[in-house]
Design a binder for this molecule. Sequence first.
Ligand code: SF4
Length: 291
Amino acid sequence: MAFKKQLHVSTLSALSSCGWKYYLRYIKGIHRPRSPNLAVGSAAHKANAGNLTYKVASKGKLLPHHEVQDLARDALNGEAAKGEGISDDGLKKIDAKKRGQLVDETVRCADIHYHCVAPEVNPGTSVIVSDGEEITVPDVERPYVLEMSNYPFNLAGTIDLIDTVDGKKMIRDSKTSRRKPDEFIAKKSIQGTAYTMALHYTDKVPYPIDFNLDYLLLYKNPSSDDHVLRRGQRTQEHEKGFIRMFETACRMIEAGIFLAADPGSFMSPCSFCEYRHGDCIYYRDPKTVAF
Ligand code: SF4
């Protein structure tokens, strides 16, 4: 059977924030180091997932705290070694002080997760089909592929954490941020809708399905409210909206239409885009280009 191409939520998000960014990254295959914030988020995510995977395997125990901190340090150093999260100029320009600061931030995120999230979630296991065989996997970083029969792409991705509350499965996902998220963030994200669709169809969990976001907050001065939980829920109506977006994305990709973002718009993605220093034909840095 021919392999059907896949669309991930991250690619859908890239396409909806800036079509040209999607083109550069996913069609042209140009990779540029991402921001330090993304590197910290990704490294903390790995440490937290390692701790929760252990919790599943050990039937409820957490890793020793110092081991999770080691995972966080190693993960950030791994990101840096790949050239991620440093700057558009590359790893060589980063000094030891900056690297140390990123390691500290990653460990801080892992600490917040260790104390505020890991003790209260209860991921289990699921049976999934991989390469035609049924295997049992932890409900942490669980891959999914949804067959989208009327479209040229399937929907695929990885669900960060499936928790079980009062006997019903729900999704819980962690984010790192330097600012408190808006109150309704978990009710809006398309990631939440895609994950809950996956749970609905692969695990037969009925709607409505809860989707909660744990924010690990990197304030300048650490405070007691550096963990914030935002609650959301998804229904069939959310799914309908998502399918409309998915269909539009399929059409844009097939037609090769990639509209660039407006650099002057409020909260423009250009301000923190890794392609803004030369790869992008639409963006000119106002600080260096006079016209
Ligand atoms: S700089 Fe702006 S227009 Fe160019 S790819 Fe990035 S987000 Fe898109």
